[in-house]
Design a binder for this molecule. Structure first.
Ligand SMILES: C[S@@+](CC[C@H](N)C(=O)[O-])C[C@H]1O[C@@H](n2cnc3c(N)ncnc32)[C@H](O)[C@@H]1O
Length: 182
């Protein structure tokens, strides 16, 4: 059911992921019950929709610096019967929002600015709010022709700085799942 929805969202470019990446994101969200999920980077709302559908008892806080697609996202959420209590659309820079954030996070999906500096900042600002054994999903994590993506460089630097606090769990294409050990 959710995989059919993912296929439609991908075909309409409402989500910027492959089917396998979306499937890993959905399977991870399904594990979260009555939890707090945060996504940095909402864009057209495809990842928000799939996480809401995969973890209906949780609240998904979706952050984006741009409000360009907000009306379209709201229309899609309503059309798909996703209740307003299941999500919150936060507008602003992820660094600014992290300064007043006060909830423990079960799963964070970091998919905003993919430059190395920005990803490192998102990790440093947000991972302290992730619960021990909570999940961290990163998009655009890869290595090609011996060159690492900026997301991968940032995660490796963050892990070096924090004595490998993020443990690799799984990956599909350019989506990488980690667990926060401490
Ligand atoms: C790759 S898209 C997100 C795709 C979406 N998660 C999906 O799977 O379809 C990246 C989004 O991050 C947003 N963004 C970029 N820099 C940001 C920042 N500093 N804070 C919050 N959002 C940011 C952009 O506006 C853009 O909509």
């Amino acid at each position: 059911m959710i995989s059919e929805l993912a296929k439609i969202l991908i075909s309409k470019k409402t989500i910027l992921q492959t089917e396998k990446e979306a499937s890993l994101m959905c399977r991870t969200s399904e594990v979260i019950k009555n939890g707090i999920i945060v996504e940095i980077g909402r864009c057209r709302g495809g990842s928000l929709i799939l996480m809401c559908k995969s973890s209906p008892s949780s609240v998904v806080y979706s952050i984006d610096i741009s409000d360009e697609y907000n009306q379209m996202v709201k229309n899609h959420l309503e059309y798909l019967n996703i209740q307003e209590s299941q999500y919150e659309l936060l507008e602003g820079d992820s660094t600014d929002i992290s300064k007043t954030w006060d909830k423990e996070i079960d799963l964070i999906f970091i998919d905003g600015d993919h430059s190395e500096n920005a990803v490192f900042k998102d990790l440093s600002n947000w991972i302290p709010s992730v619960k021990k054994n909570g999940f961290v999903l990163m998009h655009d994590y890869f290595e090609k022709d011996n060159r690492k993506s900026q997301v991968r460089n940032a995660v490796e630097s963050y892990n070096k700085e924090t004595n490998n606090s993020l443990k690799y769990i799984n990956h599909k294409n350019r989506m990488r799942l980690f667990q926060k050990l401490f």
